[in-house]
Design a protein around this ligand. Sequence first.
Ligand SMILES: Nc1ncnc2c1ncn2[C@@H]1O[C@H](COP(=O)(O)OP(=O)(O)OP(=O)(O)O)[C@@H](O)[C@H]1O
Ligand SMILES: [Mg+2]
Length: 347
Amino acid sequence: MQVRFQDVTLTFDQEKTVLDNINFTLPSSELISFLGPSGSGKSTTLYLISGLLTATSGKIFFDDRDVTRLDPVKRGVGLVFQNYALYPHMTVRENIMFPLRMAKMKRRNQIERAEKMAELTRIQDQLDKYPGQLSGGQQQRVAISRALAKEPEILLMDEPLSNLDARLRIEMREEIRRIQQETKITTVFVTHDQEEALSIADQVMVLNDGHIQQMTDPVSLYAQPNNLFVANFIGTPVINKFLKQSPALNPVHPIMDTVWTTLGIRPEHLRIGTPEEHLIQAIVQRVEIVGKDVTVHLDSHGQKIVASQLAPSVKEGETLYLTADMSHLYLFDDQGVRQEMRGGLYE
Ligand SMILES: Nc1ncnc2c1ncn2[C@@H]1O[C@H](COP(=O)(O)OP(=O)(O)OP(=O)(O)O)[C@@H](O)[C@H]1O
Ligand SMILES: [Mg+2]
């Protein structure tokens, strides 16, 4: 099922506009991640899809059907929340059967469907337990089974992994990916964790302050950020940023002849250059080695710089001449919009 927002605005209490005239299309059968900082409007957008919130203006379509004013129960969406929201006094089987019971499905079919869902999420041996007897990851599997029990056309998940520890989060995100691939259900996965979004999703929609910043596949989002917000939000360590007038930059480098306000260089794109042809001259402050990752922290005229692909042999206190390929220099205008380099520079 395709989901389409057309000029959707949501204003709370007639004064606080949380989503401002947003337009997007979620492609059918894909896994789409909503990514953005706290308060950016991720949950609000999800609740508008589910019908728990109604748009102040604009329209929402499921395929060609206008669902803007449709009752949540009739929308055919499954919801999974961060806190699982399982019924503690019911067994796993009863929890999964619950929405089917509400829909007055025949009991025999309820049981069959619950077992099928438990198989899909690999908790078939937990059906007689109570939620309190399960781990966090298992509980979230039950919540997913319950959300899928009525065979919805859309699955909405709001930060479903936030309550799990780091290792389990990685395991469960692979599981969500697998379940989505097996069922081919159109799925929205809300997270504020950029690595999680990039690893799991076919498409990522980046939100900030109630506005869509960019929507594209994870590879393009990383390599071709539309603006400074996206460039800064995606990627660890964070992208290095330099204002045009920064004393860290070599004034005779060819990039200085073009018009821009902010230059962005990802830490992995900084490499050792020569005194004649360098972009930045900086002093090594600290070499941080964490397992296979070597992160070099440098300083140039008070500006902090991070490089992640330099040899681990660089010494603290050493002066380095750094450079990067022209194609790895991101230029942003005074509004933070990334400029496509044209003319001779990239050639
Ligand atoms: N019922 C409400 N009344 C007024 N303002 C609200 C209401 N619900 C949410 N908001 C505001 O809307 C904005 C977006 O909230 P939303 O919950 O969508 O953010 P989010 O991106 O999901 O953030 P988080 O990562 O913290 O969950 C926030 O500024 C929030 O304070
Ligand atoms: Mg939220």
